[in-house]
Write a protein that binds this ligand. Structure first.
Ligand code: CA
Ligand code: CA
Ligand code: CA
Length: 267
């Protein structure tokens, strides 16, 4: 390492003279699909099983697309006296509903039609729920009576026939794709990233708390974001030191998993 105290001082003078950098990077969602198996099994009358699927896919339409979406049987749904379950979207009843990818929180209204007082059993496979994002099943009253993280359990029995509406609340998952060293998320690794990392670590000028991929700042890939990263970056950029490890220079995933977060896709 040949960076002298003099060059540190020059660096800070350079940083001070640069215009303030601002972070603006959208959270982008990743495709996902959640499957719920819903049954009412007490007695043969009014029993049955319905599979509901809700998801997002890039390029999907929010309207009905044959093959992508499925409507529920027209005899099911509101007004039916038998057990039924369906996704209620824009007044239509669906058993499979794939929306276009969205960045923001979204929800699916799940309607339950009880047969008399037969309880309704919902189950899903928690290991199929994406690792990032947030997936909760709630009552329609903001989760005051029922609020379940779909990653933490596999089923629930609904024996309160007043709970005819559930909300599947989804914060879309992230692909966690990034370019190592591209801390300010402009798809290029240069001095501005070093400046942004120093700002993040030491708060020179402004907060960088709104960054969605701190992991990108771990340019030496030791699983920690600290002063050794800007030093590594400067040595690479100006002193001929080796380039960062993957993913670099193209976008991709961290090949050495660690505790640093990255909540974004590449553009
Ligand atoms: Ca950058
Ligand atoms: Ca590091
Ligand atoms: Ca790593």
């Amino acid at each position: 390492m040949k960076i002298s105290i003099h060059s540190h001082i020059s660096l800070f003078a350079l940083i001070a003279s640069m215009s303030l950098w601002t972070a603006s990077s959208p959270l982008l969602s990743q495709d996902f699909e959640v499957s719920l198996e819903i049954s009412s099994s007490l007695g043969s009358v009014g029993g049955g099983l319905t599979n509901l699927e809700f998801g997002m896919s890039e390029g999907a339409s929010d309207g009905f697309v044959p093959g992508e979406d499925e409507y529920a049987n027209p005899t099911s749904g509101a007004g039916s006296s038998e057990f039924h379950a369906w996704i209620d979207l824009d007044g239509d009843n669906w058993t499979r509903c794939i929306l276009s990818s969205q960045e923001s929180d979204t929800f699916a209204v799940i309607s339950l039609g009880f047969y008399q007082t037969n309880p309704i059993f919902l189950q899903w496979n928690s290991v199929d729920i994406p690792e990032t994002g947030n997936f909760r099943l709630e009552d329609a009253f903001g989760g005051s009576f029922l609020s379940i993280d779909l990653r933490e359990q596999n089923s629930i029995l609904i024996d309160n026939i007043a709970l005819t509406t559930l909300i599947l609340r989804v914060t879309p998952p992230f692909a966690e794709d990034f370019i190592r060293g591209d801390f300010n998320q402009d798809q290029t690794v240069n001095l501005a990233d070093t400046v942004a990392t120093l700002e993040h670590l030491f708060g020179f000028f402004q907060s960088t708390d709104n960054l969605t991929c701190p992991k990108a700042g771990d340019i030496n890939d030791d699983g920690d974001l600290n002063i050794s990263d800007p030093i590594f970056a400067l040595a690479h950029l100006f002193n001929g030191a080796p380039a960062p490890g993957a993913p670099f220079p193209t976008c991709g995933k961290d090949t050495t998993p660690d505790g640093l977060l990255c909540q974004q896709n590449c553009p």
